[in-house]
Design a protein around this ligand. Structure first.
Ligand code: 5GP
Ligand code: MG
Length: 184
């Protein structure tokens, strides 16, 4: 079957092995610094699904047994420029009272999505809310927001793979690649 989207394999920023190693470090970091007694891991869909799956499986070796849920937030629509307004497309279904939340997202860019999620979960009564992203873009944020845990700091380029998409393609790539728009 022919897939019209070219698959970026020559602009790899982080290989699957690079990601595996860094995610393992993040797991240890979270396990040693977060309250994990009543842990609820909340992933922001859709970009975080692979990262979150790797994180939570690593928690098992620390005997951490979180509840897990997802919220679908959207600020991008179909383009690559953030529209600025974050919307809840699909909400979580878990009571956050007394919960220690770790919010997981794929990438921190303008900061709006992660800030929106953190504020929402605090408002809903979580005891604590920590944030964890795989990628942290070096750029000026639109809002004041930094992640508590971040995998890699990257330049202000558009990346895909390991859950991150362009028009919902490329999420399955095991690596993180830079997307160059002259090829699509
Ligand atoms: P923010 O609200 O911080 O501007 O954006 C966060 C969201 O924008 C991320 O969850 C991600 O979905 C999307 N995003 C930002 N930068 C990139 C990028 O380089 N590649 C992809 N695929 N998505 C991005
Ligand atoms: Mg996202």
């Amino acid at each position: 079957m022919k897939n019209k989207q070219p698959h970026p394999t020559n602009n790899i920023l982080y290989s699957s092995e690079d990601i595996r190693q860094r995610v393992d470090e993040l797991i240890d970091e979270i396990a040693s610094t977060c309250d994990t007694e009543n842990l609820v891991v909340l992933g922001i869909l859709r970009g975080s699904f692979i990262f979150l799956a790797d994180l939570v499986r690593g928690f098992n070796r620390h005997k951490i047994h979180p509840r897990i849920d997802f919220i679908t937030l959207s600020s991008y629509g179909a383009g690559t420029i953030s529209s600025g307004k974050v919307k809840i497309i699909h909400d979580i279904d878990v009571d956050l009272k007394n919960a220690d939340v770790v919010v997981v997202d794929d990438i921190l860019d303008t900061g709006r999505t992660l800030q929106f999620a953190r504020d929402l979960f605090i408002e809903r009564g979580a005891s604590s809310v920590r944030t964890c992203v795989l990628l942290d873009k070096k750029r000026e944020r639109a809002v004041e927001m930094e992640a508590d845990h971040a995998g890699f700091r990257i330049d202000d380029v558009f990346v895909v793979g390991y859950g991150l998409d362009h028009n919902n393609y490329y999420r399955e790539l095991p690596h993180i690649a830079k997307l160059t728009f002259d090829t699509i």
